[in-house]
Write a protein that binds this ligand. Structure first.
Ligand code: AHM
Ligand code: MG
Length: 281
């Protein structure tokens, strides 16, 4: 596992350099989820692939940019990753990220054994979730990630990141979001789940929601590359990740690019979500 985390550090440094120096334009292709790719999506995917396939404990890799996994003869762990999440924010110079889920035996929620994400913002930060959740920051002078602190969520936060097209929100979802704002929650939504969830985690709590909607009942975010890794991070930090009804980590993945509605947050907010969604299915 340490070997994989060391590889992810190298990937993060190289992707961060690519973000700073390479073309931010689009390519004439879509990825396996049907999104338009930017050149940096492709470059970042190649960087991650190169280091992960060279890591002896890695058995298989699959990414948001790949249709099918690449499997090796030996190794133990299955790594599912989104090399450049929020890449539509690249051309407006907002923070983006990379997400890695480290699985054993398969890609269901229960198979995830560790999760790592990287935020490329004014600074490069990396969060590693194993038994505990640890924050590291890249020292640009030494090119080393330095340990900063352990991260823990409070029972209740003050900020809210409500995703999905509001026009298509279910009425009970809209009412719940309105109620949070009436309670005094403040809006924090950049359109990049990595910085948005990082903010909630570092500020100690709140709610990030990407619900199912009338036009997309299964939501947008992908289980393997985005949802399970963050559900693991939040759980290990003392928070919760649910699909409105159940713990996200109890869900199965029907295919590599399967999506699910998802809510991440601290105890108070997630209880409100569960109360709201109860009986709505
Ligand atoms: P991507 O992997 O194609 O970048 O999409 C994932 C991103 C998340 O980071 C973010 O939370 C979500 O898409 C934003 O979607 P929307 O534009 O619908 O708010
Ligand atoms: Mg993504």
């Amino acid at each position: 596992m340490t070997e994989i985390i060391d590889s992810i550090k190298k990937i993060a440094i190289e992707i961060s350099d690519a973000i700073k120096s390479k073309d931010t334009g689009k390519v004439e292709s879509t990825n396996a989820s049907g999104d338009i790719q930017v050149k940096l999506d492709v470059i970042s995917d190649e960087i991650a692939e190169k280091y992960l396939l060279d890591t002896s404990s890695v058995k298989e890799i699959i990414s948001e940019e790949k249709e099918k996994p690449i499997t090796k003869e030996s190794g133990k762990y299955f790594v599912a990753y989104d090399p450049l999440d929020g890449s539509s924010l690249i051309d407006v110079d907002l923070s983006v990220g990379s997400i890695f889920g480290i699985y054993e035996n398969g890609y269901d929620g229960e198979d995830i054994k560790a999760a790592v994400y990287v935020v490329y913002g004014p600074r490069v930060e990396m969060v590693v979730a194993r038994d505990v959740v640890e924050l590291f920051r890249l020292n640009e002078k030494t090119n080393e990630f330095e340990f900063i602190k352990e991260l823990k969520l409070e029972k209740k936060g003050k900020i809210l990141g409500p995703g999905g097209t509001q026009k298509y929100w279910y009425p009970y979802h809209k009412e719940m979001i309105d109620n949070f704002f009436k309670e005094g929650y403040r809006l924090r939504y950049s359109g990049g789940m990595v910085p948005d969830l990082h903010q909630i985690l570092l500020k100690g709590g709140g709610l990030f929601a990407y619900p199912g909607t009338e036009d997309k009942p299964k939501g947008k975010l992908r289980k393997l590359f985005e949802v399970f890794p963050f559900a693991y991070v939040y759980k290990k930090a003392g928070g919760f990740g649910v699909d409105g009804y159940n713990d996200l980590l109890t869900l199965k993945a029907e295919h590599y690019h399967d999506t699910t509605p998802c809510f991440f947050g601290s105890e108070y907010e997630i209880n409100k979500v569960l109360q709201t969604y109860k009986g709505q299915k």
